[in-house]
Design a protein around this ligand. Sequence first.
Ligand code: ADP
Length: 254
Amino acid sequence: DTAHGAILYLEDITVSFDGFRALNRLSLSISAGELRCIIGPNGAGKTTMMDVITGKTRPDEGKAWFGSTIDLLRLRESEIAQIGIGRKFQKPTVYEQLTVFENLELALKADRRVRASMFSRLGGEQLDRIGEVLALIHLKDHAQRTAGNLSHGQKQWLEIGMLLMQDPKLLLLDEPVAGMTDEETERTAELFLSLEGSHSLVVVEHDMKFIGELTQGGRNGKRVTVLHEGSVLAEGTLADVQANEKVVEVYLGR
Ligand code: ADP
């Protein structure tokens, strides 16, 4: 059974908008702890795929499983957000007027399992958790800064930190390094590689240098998936897909 051991399993997902197939029998399997990069030209269906996984868009056909027991297509968007799937959109949405620390605190208290009131004080374990996340997102020395004063890259990290406060199993990241400096991009690769193994990550990205950093670091044999016209055109190591004739054709428009 292919679904076995996968944290996310999509099978023959089709999404039509007025007869146009944004996804056309898309199948994809992500293993627990895997860091998967998804590439593909504009209009390939990457956003629609994320929308299906998070329940924002209902497919016409197909199957979508989270782990081996949860049928995503039976859940509402609000329910999917509670089962350990965190999505990061392209634009950072942090509370600009609050400090970095307060942003993380709010995210922690928004987690249903924490059951803390917005006004109650944090326990030691929770403070430790915030400290851990601050270190991961490279903001340990910026905890008391107002989020609005952070650089674009730091805001993106903070938002990832807010997702991490909710302890997601699967993170969906849409063009996470768009607009970042080279240094911020490198440090974002570092962050994702440190999450690999303990989390599953699906990263949609155009920046090939960043994809190179992600696939060369961390675990060996990382796979890249190329979407085109709503289905998987190629899948394999970065070198494999870059050498794939169909992929070259799609990107060079021959
Ligand atoms: P990508 O994220 O890879 O650029 P999208 O998933 O955004 O691709 O879009 C795939 C295709 O579906 C595009 O041709 C897009 O125009 C179309 N599409 C996406 N959302 C809608 C919608 N709500 N209504 C109509 N067409 C849509």
